[in-house]
Structures are given as C-alpha cells and as structure tokens.
Design a protein around this ligand. Structure first.
Ligand code: ADP
Ligand code: ADP
Length: 218
C-alpha cells in the first residue's frame, strides 16, 4: 500500500508537486498519467526517499521509505532507463544489490530468469541495449520480492516486443496481488495496462478514478 498525503515539492518559485493526496491499492495496475513536466518523476522519487518533500508525506506500508528496515523487500522501482551498472556483469550487479540488502543470493538467478537475461548474465551491463538495461532494472526491482512495484515511463524507447513483455509483467504482478504503480504521459498506453488512473497536471491531482469511469467521462 502506498499513501500520499498533501505531498508537495517546491523548487524555488516553482511547485513541481502540489498537495497530492491519494493511495495506491494492491491487486490492480494503477496508472499515473500526466504530460511531461507534470510532476510524476518527482512524486515517485519522493516515495523512494530520493527527494525530500517540501510538505506532506508519502508512506509505504505505513512508513516513510527511510524508516523501512529492508526497503527492497517492500518496494522495487524502475525509475530511469539510463541507470548505471558500472562495468559489472548483470549477475554481479544483482549480487551486490542482494548482498547489501540482506536478500538471499539464490534470488539473483531467479530474477535473471524472470526477466529473460540468464543467457547474458555474465556479460557487462554497460554493453546492454536499452531493452536489456530495462530488464536488468526490473530484475533489481523484483529482487527483494516486494509487494509494491513502481515503474516510471517503462515502455519509453522500447521495441514492440519489449513493450508487450513489460505490459504483461505488470498485469501478472497485479494479478498476483501486488501493488503496481506505473507512470506514462500517454493515455493510449495507460488504456492498455491500467485498471485505475491517477491523473496529474502541473503538480495537481486532476482525477483518481477507475479506468472504466475515466473513459466514460472523457
Ligand atoms: P514528469 O515526470 O511528469 O515529466 P517531473 O517530476 O520530472 O515531471 O518534473 C516536474 C517539474 O519539476 C518540471 O517542471 C521540472 O522542470 C521541475 N523539476 C524537476 N526536478 C527539478 C529540479 N531538481 N530542480 C528544479 N526543477 C525541477
Ligand atoms: P546510491 O547513490 O547509493 O546508488 P541511490 O541514489 O541509487 O543510491 O538510492 C538511494 C536510495 O533509494 C537507497 O536507499 C535505495 O535503496 C533507494 N532505491 C534506489 N533505487 C531503488 C529501487 N529501484 N527500488 C527501491 N529503492 C531504491
């Protein structure tokens, strides 16, 4: 469960995220829709403790991210396709992540298999294509077997096969009872994946509604 209450972020004069209050439920895919610059990434970064709110709060399973004992066991996120993995192999990258987060190393091979990277696991992640880098990021998000998964614009720049794979993954995670929160600036993308929509514009909440109701009313 994700709960935002009055979440706000100001950069000088600019209010990037303006008093957002909503929660994200388990068992469905919740889409986070808004044009570029609406405040989606800033909101997600605050949920992960990567940015400090100017006001309000974001809670993960009732706690601030920084208060979670084993954060990766609660929430996994794919934030940025350009994430750096240094000169390490995919396997090594995940192993380090597992070790520093108290996750059993057996999970590494499991998640590599889930994302379809087993065959290239010993290759340097630096040489990966965008789609493979995306899969590695998702492997990291799944590593702690968290109940909450968050994806920031996950299909951007991917080929049709990669897009199809990510959509299906998000749906099956939700079908398994997990909380799935995914951002996009495209309604057409949301319509294909999300059961529920949170819409923002210029940092403000514009809608928090089921996909069916949103389509009926817009
Ligand atoms: P989205 O993810 O919806 O495209 P962002 O959260 O990236 O939107 O950005 C929201 C607004 O906040 C934009 O106007 C952006 O320029 C501004 N912004 C984001 N990060 C910073 C920052 N570090 N300093 C100043 N302004 C920022
Ligand atoms: P570092 O600079 O040490 O690599 P990051 O800036 O990547 O750290 O992350 C800072 C915090 O955000 C850490 O507490 C980390 O656990 C958390 N974090 C980073 N990426 C993720 C993710 N994909 N899922 C969940 N939490 C994350």
């Amino acid at each position: 469960m994700i709960e935002l209450e009055g979440l706000t972020k100001r950069y000088g004069e600019k209010t990037a995220v303006n008093n957002l209050t909503f929660s994200v439920r388990p068992g469905i895919v919740t889409g986070f829709l808004g044009p570029n610059g609406a405040g989606k990434s800033t909101t997600m970064r605050m949920m992960l403790g990567l940015d400090n709110p100017s006001a309000g709060s974001a809670r993960i399973d009732g706690k601030h991210y920084a208060q979670l004992k084993n954060p990766l066991r609660h929430i996994g996120a794919l934030l940025d396709a350009k994430a750096m993995h240094g000169g390490r192999s995919a396997h090594n990258h995940l192993l380090c992540l597992a070790q520093s987060n108290g996750i059993p190393r057996s999970r590494v091979d499991e998640v590599l298999d889930t994302v379809g990277l087993t065959a290239v696991a010993r290759k340097k992640a630096k040489g990966f294509s965008l789609g493979m880098g995306q899969r590695l990021g998702i492997a990291g998000a799944l590593l702690g077997d968290p109940q909450i998964l968050m994806f920031d614009e996950p299909v951007n720049g991917l080929d049709p096969e990669g897009i199809h794979w990510i959509r299906n993954l998000m749906k099956s995670l939700a079908a398994g009872g997990r909380t799935v929160f995914v951002s996009s600036h495209l309604m057409s993308e949301m319509a294909l994946t999300a059961d529920h929509l949170v819409v923002i514009g210029q940092g403000r909440l514009l809608a928090d509604t089921s996909m069916a109701d949103f389509i009926r009313e817009n």
